[in-house]
Design a protein around this ligand. Structure first.
Ligand code: TYC
Length: 109
């Protein structure tokens, strides 16, 4: 056994050498929150959603909205699972309240 391996052990007082736990740590996955284009949701409403839920400035919100409008979908932000889930639920809730067919989903990034 190397000196390093010996240093990684401690004696429990009963002559048993116990290796220290070396838990495998994994960084939490990140999720892209994605807005989907449709033909009916007003552009102004989408911009307001991006400002209010994704904390974007109007200029950036307008750019993202137009990207979704022209390309079919676009990323609003990248978050851990719980935050992403909450943002999706908030978008779907406000869209439903105002009777717009806006869709929002999340994908592991
Ligand atoms: N395509 C919509 C329109 O022309 C605007 C729009 C943009 C809708 C982005 C949804 O996620 C969306 N009124």
């Amino acid at each position: 056994m190397s000196e390093q391996e010996k240093n990684d052990l401690y004696r429990d007082g009963h002559d048993l050498a116990i290796a220290e736990a070396r838990p495998k740590l994994k960084r939490p996955s990140l999720y892209e929150v994605i807005l989907i284009n449709d033909d009916y949701t007003p552009m102004e409403f989408v911009v307001e959603v991006l400002e209010s839920i994704f904390n974007m400035e109007r200029s950036n919100a307008t750019r993202v909205m137009l990207e979704v409008h022209t390309k079919g979908k676009g990323i609003c932000g990248v978050y851990n699972f719980e935050i992403a889930e909450t943002k999706v639920a908030q978008v779907m809730s406000i869209a439903q309240q105002q009777q717009h067919p806006l869709l929002c989903t999340m994908e592991e990034s």
